[in-house]
Design a protein around this ligand. Sequence first.
Ligand code: FE2
Ligand code: ZN
Length: 319
Amino acid sequence: MSASLRLVHPPEAPDSARWDAVARRDAAADGTFWSCVKTTGVYCLPSCAGRPKRENVVFVETRAEAEAAGFRPCKRCRPDRFVMGALQDRISEIDWARAHAALKADGWARLGRLLSDGECAALIAAYEEDALYRSRVVMRRHGFGEGEYRYFADPAPEIVSALRTKLYDRLAPLANEWAQALKQDRAYPRDHVAYRKVCAKAGQKRPTPLILKYGPGDYNRLHQDLYGGEVFPIQVAILLSEPGRDFEGGEFVMTEQTPRRQSRAMVAPLEKGSAIAFAVNERPMEGARGTYRVKMRHGVSEVRSAARYCLGVIFHDAS
Ligand SMILES: [Fe+2]
Ligand SMILES: [Zn+2]
């Protein structure tokens, strides 16, 4: 299997330096190369807790090389789940043409993995830090379901505000396309700073990014996240917990109501750290006799065990 592997020896990182990093389990080297273990047929992050022998290890520069040579991702360090680069780069690497096409066809799109395990863990831990939030909502009190959520105060933690501003940049062109198709006489500004000013003018000044926490038996009724007349038509949710391990059930559910039709239900498969974008409320749908107005709702089915955390990024602010 290793015969097809190309050994890489860039001057800045000879294999001896790479092996040193593996021996030290150096997390700083994660993502810069991958070690393939010939005896087990798996490939690993340099920081993996496994202890392969030097003679059994070959290094490659990309995951694609490791997989092409027949190596499987290590179950221990999960190199397949490693998130590369700065948030900005991860957002740039999303296939936005495909995401926009899916949003237009179905009202939602998978954006892939945006947050690393460490970032998910940090956001879950931050749920208990009172100073980060402007308010807490116990869903039962409002008839929203069971569970609770907290809205971040301004300024939101760096990673949350970065997600909000950078995802906005990519979604605003589609929001404008939808506004035009729905014959709404408006334009969404190019960047989120300008858009927050539009929200403030409409009396919506309070930030809406939030973390939702569901325990056993909790769920979220189908709803739309509307906080006044000013609405950005697309929002993003990022799952912070691992399905099947941290919780069971808790599926992200959407319904789509088309004129003169029964509702269509859709379930978005989500992995830990992965994101979906979906329509907040109305979206245009091209039909045989012109453009239809389709209404979307979303919710979460019952969580059957342990805890499910989710980060919600809504682009309009609340009154
Ligand atoms: Fe929601
Ligand atoms: Zn490993």
